[in-house]
Design a binder for this molecule. Sequence first.
Ligand code: UDP
Ligand code: MN
Length: 565
Amino acid sequence: MVCPLNSPSYSKSLEEVHEKVKQIEHDQKLQNISRTEVHQADNMKEEKKIVHHLLYPYSDLFKRWGADLSEEEQTVAQELFLKYGYNVYISDHLPLDRPITDTRSPSCKKRIYPKDLPTISVVLIFMNEALSIILRAITSIINRTPAHLLKEIILVDDYSSNDDLKGPLETQIKNYNAKHPGLLKIVRHEKRQGLTQARISGWEASTADVVAILDAHIEVNMAWAEPILSRIKEDRTVIISPVFDNIRFDDFELLQYSVAADGFDWALWCLYEPLPDEWYALKDETAPVRSPSIMGILAADRKFLGEIGVLDGGMHIYGGENVELGLRAWQCGGKIEVLPCSRIAHLERAHKPYLPDLSIAVKRNALRVAEVWMDDYKYMVYFAWNLPIENSGIDYGDLSSRKELRKKLNCKGFDWYIKNVYPNLRFLPNIVGYGTMKNTLKEDICIDQGPVPGNTPIIYPCHAYSPQVMQTNEQIFTDEVLLTVTFKLDRCVTDPGSGDLPILEQCDIAVSKGLNLHWDFKQGSAVINRNTKRCLEITADNTGTYRLVMQTCTGQRYTFISLCS
Ligand code: UDP
Ligand code: MN
């Protein structure tokens, strides 16, 4: 997993939906324009410029790329795009050793590293990635890693079916090895084992002092390895993440990302955290960033990674393995750091060809993490996925060896972790529900934050996007408190005690003003304000329009419906 700036989310914001609609309208306009241009060109006769008909105006591939392609080329590009989730057409046309922008800060560029650093094995894992993509990754590694430090590049094929990854890839490996004897190795899985096991297989095959385990659709940037190797030389217990830039899936331009710490929410989706104050206090842009977790791509002392249990081989297909490593590293005597001077360009796909719905795998793997590492906090993960703790119905596999590992390594608990490593991870004791909140009287309308700016919650047709995300313990929070961190200003539902409307107030202000923000609520029961004893209910006026009101309880009930499952 490498985190996109807006991490994969099951609750897309309305803005995104509007954005999509605007884009479709825009695409249609473009198509009309290009038709008019063709028409004008016909009339003018001497105008030779060919403007092609856009065959796929709704495809993400052609939003800002491909206007000059013939119809035949568009079809080839579109088919490759659907198969791979990125622009293989452009990849096949770009040089393997293309230059990319050096995105390091000036102070990184000035740093000088010792020559005698530990050696490195670089692992590239893949499952049906495009051949030119893999070759460009290899080329960038060879060109941008000091030859005396690069011991080997290990390709791990997670049972790909594409023909070009068989014979043609073998030929390429031979060619590389003719120039750089013994540099390239390949491990092939006999059946599909998922990305975690692919990373483990790469680690098993590696022999250098340090191992870097990368996706196959990357291009390493200038001097990416030296910061990693010198940091691990200083401290073998640190697990490292480089900083990612995004290779855009359509035009392959490099989009620079800021340096950030790697975090996660309670569903264990990745997210970027602001840099810690202590890091700014150092006034050194090259300093390592202490990070609660890791995104997936990692570098570590090979033996140390083995000592702490590499990765959880019981994980399926995708997701969760990165958080598991983050917790295990911190809880068992290691640490995680992001190194600002080590930069890797990573291609963010438009879609995952191997799994249309990532949440199925992430959910299952998240429960493994919760069960092994999260102690009394594990129910937050169950809540985030809206699963009962007992009999969740999800078979997360055998955990005995991971639990034994935790015992053997004498690891600290999650309570220590959350207090000392990740205090930004919001913890709400005694959560009753999370998701959209529906009145059982009428199930197609939901509690909604109402117009913004404004502070009157309303009842609105259910659409499950973020203005309708609610959660409650003894307070009713709006927005995704469970899934985000402290920098958001949460709002709480309060009963003003008079009038017939509930009011939203920023929670900390509601607390300091002593407003009525505590409620008694259980799944499927009334929502009663603890102080005023009034209920949050709905009324219909004579036009049949519903309003959310505070009134004397009449026995109305609410249920939470999850957004995750
Ligand atoms: N991968 C794999 N086996 C799988 C799924 C993925 O080996 O079953 C590889 C994939 O080719 C890629 C890496 O795992 O090199 C990470 O997957 P992906 O890039 O799709 O995840 P993201 O980086 O977008 O989170
Ligand atoms: Mn990737």
